[in-house]
Design a binder for this molecule. Structure first.
Ligand code: FES
Length: 328
């Protein structure tokens, strides 16, 4: 079903290539300028909303095997992700139950125990308090009530989603509206993380907003992409998530083949955003599919986090592949 949707989008794209058009809304949609200026002044893409909605906190590939973990800071909330011996990913506030210290410093690794650097309380991969240093000095400690605080978490399409509010309900399927079936074509579950980078500074716009205004690309972003970047774009939405693609003349070469031979790698180009803070730009880098996940929590985050995930190199280099992947 999701492949059928990719083919439909490619056919629509191709029709626009031939006609020199893009989709048009039925009319002009007017947004009062104060909507933007008020938001800018108040920073209304606030940490409060960021803590209510499910957020992608990483690739499943970052917690590849049992006993792996990732500690990170998200919207000023310290989070610990673990994958237990049962294969389940769990998320916790990375805050010690004793006196609130950060238990695990930011990074990834493997561990069966997480020991707080302050007074050496230790927790297992399920967040249970399993060790208290010199317990006779603490009096009676009910370990069963003093584990790390769990956060709602789920995995879909090789991505880890969590909500930063303890006790909140995480209905990730309702949130994704079937988008995970489309994201699965990126094969993040088969990727390894090749690189990660954090850029300092506040983010100006969320990826969803940035990719919704393609008309700015050859102007505002000419130093990054050059003036040849198209300003025309096609949009497809699944709830609050969207794929942005460009009329892509390279799709013409597909038109001569049966649809079931159209390679997925040529159907998934463009930018796929996951509301509110992730954009996935898919590039075919010379025969090796090269996927970029760009994560930027809106405004309150202090930077932009970028991960590059690569699929195993299983195909021959293909000249011109980069151009094809850029457009569709
Ligand atoms: S703050 Fe963690 S053991 Fe005391």
């Amino acid at each position: 079903m999701s492949r059928k949707r990719l083919v439909e989008m490619a056919r629509r794209n191709l029709a626009h290539v031939e006609a020199g058009t893009v989709d048009q809304a039925p009319g002009v949609y007017r947004v009062p300028p104060r909507t933007t200026t008020t938001r800018r002044a108040s920073g209304s893409s606030s940490s409060a909303s960021g803590k209510r909605v499910p957020l992608v906190l990483g690739f499943s590939a970052e917690l590849r095997g049992p006993g792996t973990y990732r500690a990170l800071q998200v919207a000023d909330v310290p989070v610990l992700l673990t994958r237990g011996g049962d294969g389940q990913v769990r998320a916790f506030l990375n805050v010690c139950s004793h006196r609130g210290a950060i238990v695990v410093k930011e990074g990834t690794g493997s561990a069966k125990r997480f020991t707080c650097p302050y007074h050496a309380w230790s927790y297992d991969e399920r967040g249970a308090l399993v060790g208290v240093y010199k317990p006779d000095q603490f009096g009676e400690v009910d370990k069963s009530c003093l584990g790390l605080t769990p956060l709602p978490v789920a995995e879909r399409a090789g991505l880890i989603f969590a909500t930063l509010t303890p006790g909140a309900t995480l209905d990730v399927d309702a949130f994704l509206c079937g988008y995970d079936e489309m994201l699965a074509h990126h094969r993040f579950d088969q990727c390894h993380v090749a690189a990660g980078r954090r850029s300092p500074g506040r983010t100006g716009r969320s990826p969803t907003t940035a990719t919704s205004t393609s008309t700015t690309w050859p102007i505002l972003h000419r130093d990054s992409f050059g003036t040849g970047m198209p300003s025309e774009a096609l949009y497809d939405a699944w709830g609050p998530h969207q794929r942005v693609s460009f009329p892509n003349p390279f799709l013409r070469e597909l038109a001569t083949k049966p649809e079931d031979e159209w390679p997925v790698s040529q159907l998934i180009g463009g930018v796929w955003t996951i509301f509110p803070h992730i954009s996935i730009a898919d590039f075919d880098a010379g025969g090796k599919e090269d996927l970029h996940g760009v994560a930027a929590l809106p405004r309150q985050d202090r930077g932009r986090v970028r991960h590059r995930a690569e699929l195993p190199d299983t195909s021959e280099p293909d000249e011109g592949a980069q151009d094809r992947g850029r457009g569709s």
